[in-house]
Design a protein around this ligand. Structure first.
Ligand code: ADP
Ligand code: MG
Ligand code: MG
Length: 209
């Protein structure tokens, strides 16, 4: 797999989020306050500005750090600060030479998930972004990834993430604003689970070329 530059990968992710902004906001309006698409768009717009100052071949580490800081400094509510700290902690888990491969994907997602859980106290099954992110990460773990190429792992991870996001439709929210409506959130997908899926799906499409 040809690994093109990280900034182009991020641009693919930003484009996908912008295209789904209204959808994310509409789905959040059904169980929350209807701002998730706006929050994600605000975060990535700020990230774009910071990334414009980086060289095109900037390390994964730096790119993730700037996305995280952009979210932390510009986005309120639940998901903005959670994604922000996740990107920053993921960045801190790797070094300047780190490129995207099976092992670094596992490391990045593990660090990001730990940060989200430390801050948000949610578990898998609470109907949050974690229901997408944890299955994605697990696809890169040795027990599932051994003997597979990066391309195969990305495909597995995307399938697992999709299933995880889909599963959020069947459960009641136990964290975040949607927990206020609890069982009434059954039947509706979690906005954060969907934004995580949208970001990862765009990254996979970009990396597949
Ligand atoms: P807010 O709910 O403050 O308006 P957003 O609408 O941007 O923030 O984000 C809502 C999303 O944040 C939810 O769909 C869920 O995925 C995620 N979320 C909320 N609380 C938590 C938490 N404690 N842990 C993990 N994710 C959470
Ligand atoms: Mg909201
Ligand atoms: Mg809000």
């Amino acid at each position: 797999m040809e690994m093109a530059n990280v900034r182009d990968a991020v641009n693919a992710v930003i484009t996908a989020i912008m295209a789904q902004k209204d959808y994310l906001t509409a789905v959040d309006a059904r169980t929350g306050d209807g701002d998730h698409g706006l929050n994600m768009a605000r975060g990535f717009t700020a990230a774009e500005e910071r990334l414009a100052d980086l060289p095109p071949d900037a390390p994964v580490k730096d790119v993730l750090y700037h996305i995280g800081r952009a979210f932390i400094e510009n986005v309120g509510g639940a998901a903005g600060p959670l994604y922000g700290i996740a990107f920053v902690r993921a960045s801190e888990a790797v070094n300047d030479q780190t490129r995207l491969d099976v092992h670094s994907f596992e490391k990045l997602f593990t660090a990001g998930i730990a940060a989200i859980q430390r801050r948000g106290r949610a578990e898998r099954g609470d109907k949050t972004m974690l229901d997408t992110l944890i299955p994605i990460r697990d696809a890169f773990r040795a027990e599932n990834a051994d003997g597979k190429s990066l391309r195969e792992c990305l495909e597995d991870a995307l399938n697992e993430g999709r299933a995880g996001a889909e599963y959020t439709k069947t459960i009641a929210a136990r964290r975040g604003r949607a927990a206020l409506v609890g069982p009434r959130s059954i039947g509706i997908e979690d906005p954060g689970a969907m934004s995580s899926l949208i970001m990862f799906r765009a990254l996979c499409s970009y990396l597949r070329g």
